[in-house]
Design a protein around this ligand. Sequence first.
Ligand SMILES: Cc1cc2nc3c(=O)[nH]c(=O)nc-3n(C[C@H](O)[C@H](O)[C@H](O)COP(=O)(O)OP(=O)(O)OC[C@H]3O[C@@H](n4cnc5c(N)ncnc54)[C@H](O)[C@@H]3O)c2cc1C
Length: 420
Amino acid sequence: MSNVDGFAACDIAVVGAGAAGLSAAIVAGERAAGRALNIVLLDGAKTIGAKILVSGGGRCNVTHDTVTPTDYFGNRRIIKNVLASRSVEDTIQWFASMGVMLKREDTGKLFPVTDTARTVLTALLTRCRNLGMTIRPSHRVTRIDTSADTGFLLQHSQGVLQARHVILATGGRSVPKSGSDGFGYDLAHRLGHTITTTVPALVPLVLDTRLFHRSLSGLSQEVELTTWVDGHTIDTRTGSLLWTHFGISGPVAMDASRFWTLAHARGEKALVSANFLPGLTQEEARDWFIHEAAHHPRRSLANALASRVPERLAEVLCTHAACNPQQAIAQVCRADRERLIAALTKLVLPIERDRGWNYAEVTAGGVPLEEINYRTMESKLVPGLYLIGELLDCDGRIGGFNFQWAWTTGFLAGRAVADR
Ligand SMILES: Cc1cc2nc3c(=O)[nH]c(=O)nc-3n(C[C@H](O)[C@H](O)[C@H](O)COP(=O)(O)OP(=O)(O)OC[C@H]3O[C@@H](n4cnc5c(N)ncnc54)[C@H](O)[C@@H]3O)c2cc1C
């Protein structure tokens, strides 16, 4: 379709054909049933859906069986209202309607029964095609202007598109080679929106090479991580930590990373400490140690510790605390014991940096939710503009929560724009 000026024209332009954009387009197309609503999806990437394909280790963790506002960071009051519009059951049904059956794993994560992300992407693209939508890869939007009579003019790498409504679904900055390079923030900003500080979240953390992590590479264990900012505890969480050649990864480290990256970006003093005896205080750990020394006096330190933490960690922790791992536990002097207890329960991890955008699963920060009408995802500043997905200042923890946010915000925008 083209308008009187010769520009291509459509009713709804969706900028970004990732999870949120595809969801919005499909919902708008489904609700428009019968009405000739011309929906065009523009995406800067050559191939659509790169992030969906790599998600969940190639299996796509579509959602989680229990989704609550506390699984997200951002304005929780608004997040609660957004989430209330679409239950997990709705997401499951919606995928089933596209032929994608989901299964729940013990962790509560939901994956396609096929165990491949391709099933999810193919279903979304097939539904778009069946609804008669146009998806245009290699169409990077470089500028969006508003005009009182025609709506919006979008300049993209192949020309110009006029649209009555625009859904901005350009994602964040994580994995820029997927096409989500943060330019969407510039587009939103030029249209009048504020952008809060954006930092990598769900990102592995790089430790000072002098720590022992390299020797534990590949080891995964249950750890309680506490983040301190300017001396105050701001987050404590327990989960699986993976030691790697560069530092730490695994769900608990990834979930905790946003607190460190945000504080670091703000120039605050951020520390992350590890408790290798999750749930135990320093005093309780000391009681355990004294009890061990009394009941198994000839046991080596390393063996005693190995009854509570992985053997490899037991060894390196002794060395780290300047204790002899082979020394009998009853022979350990008080000073050595105290250093060891501190290393066991409150080891400050010497974080040098996060691993960067190429390794971050999401972006913390973005367009403030206060600038959006949470019932429709329409901008409060620019009528006819909708903002959804990771572009917004909301990030979820690991477990399918970020996709649930993308499907839900996409649903709200798609429904609202089609009903206008
Ligand atoms: C490795 C990895 C694994 C993940 N695994 C999971 C998981 O299992 N479960 C989960 O819930 N979440 C997971 N996530 C997070 C999840 O992928 C994102 O939260 C989600 O994809 C965000 O959806 P979105 O549509 O908002 O943005 P994106 O998926 O980033 O899509 C944005 C789209 O906009 C396009 N675009 C950007 N700028 C422009 C422009 N100027 N013009 C045109 N197009 C543009 C991009 O090319 C891209 O296609 C993972 C992320 C990564 C990186």
